[in-house]
Design a protein around this ligand. Sequence first.
Ligand SMILES: [Zn+2]
Length: 485
Amino acid sequence: MVGNTTIVPRAWAEAVAKPEIDEVRSLKSGAVLNVRRLIRAFRYERAILMRQKLKSLVKANGTRLVCANCGVPVYLACSTSKRFFFRHRHEDGSCPAVTRTGFTEAEIRAMKYRGNQESEPHKRIKLLVLRSLSADPRFADVVSEQTWRSSEGLSGLRRPDVSARLENLRLAFEVQLSTSFLNVVLSRREFYRSERAALVWVLPNFHPNYRRMTDDDILFSNNSNIFVVDDSTAAASEAAGAFMIKCWHRKPVIDGDQIVDEWVERLVFWDELKVDVDLQTVQAFDYSSEAAKLLEQIKSAKLARVAAQNEAAERAKIARENELRELVFGFVLNDDDEHMGRHERWLAINDRLLTHGCGLEGKYPDLMKVTRLVHLVMSAKSGKPVGFKYKNLVEIGHHLFHQHPDLLLAYGFMLRAFGTKSVLDRDDRTGRWAAKVREERSSFLSDAKYKMAADEERLLAFLSQGASRKPANDNRDQDGGRAAA
Ligand SMILES: [Zn+2]
């Protein structure tokens, strides 16, 4: 177990310290990409899959990425410390980036595998697979090392370690003992896909914290499921009279705002596995669907949290506004404290109103103005004069016409909003008020004297909680004047 680096699947991928090829060009977009940044954008498990994808594409002459320097197709390679870099497909010395040793993969494989292909452990695992399958009467044609000819298309033939048939599904079992080149993994997958057969990679053992490159290639392209056949699983198959196999798979769980993985090891019946011939996956657990589901949960939990925070903030804002409004009303209505300092208190309150965007502006904010506005709101609300020395709402109306025409429209809107318009109508016995309004209606919007100063308008809207403004859905009147009438 010396010298193996195992990366957590969800960790971000990393480039080697000094990649020979430091920029690649996307043939699709034409963009030149910084290799280190590009690699870092992937999680490790995704980088492994991208490596497979690029390799397949290069093999099929469907290159996506080329060396930015020389234009030769590149594929992603992985160092023994599981860091990534790009390699030229071929090198003739014309590019300053040297990414290949003198040997081809086939040569290295030949050297590595010489006399090793049919090692004792390999034979042992093969026999265990045979024993396990033979224990289950449903599996037919269980044989070892039988030549599997391509039925169409793809050239060549394969000799799976063990093959079998379950009803219409043909199965090939390959024992994965030592490191295989990615090419081997990819071409076998392609072969069995075109044969409409399922390829099952079988390991003699597995541990999530000690994974070889080949293990990762098989693991991540198989939706994070990987299978082990050993003495105990063969014995279990024989005892059950049904094919059993040990499955290791990742299981996503939510940890705070992110997904982390647990590893699950369990003995499964073949029937529990889901086989997808197109994807060439055999799985006991659907990792990607489960992870996607959890991501959705995390997302909606986040949204709910933000909504709750916004709601709380909105409630707090309304509470602050209510408090400030009550402060203004209390200050104006309890004006019995005529002692010195009243004006200073008003200035302090106005400062607070200003921070809410509804204070009176200018150097000398008029205490009389706010007093008038508070009284107007209170009168309109209660249906009788408050703070005005008049008998009823009509008299206040006439007073506004003469002294404060700018407040007239707002007065009308408030009477409607507070439901006290009928009180005014009832008090207008002579009809003089109604006549006056009819007379002036056409100039309510055009005549500047009926327009409030902007700061006063905002303050009145704040004090009346919007009642002084024309309702947004009010389309009864085009001239706006009828509201006052
Ligand atoms: Zn190059």
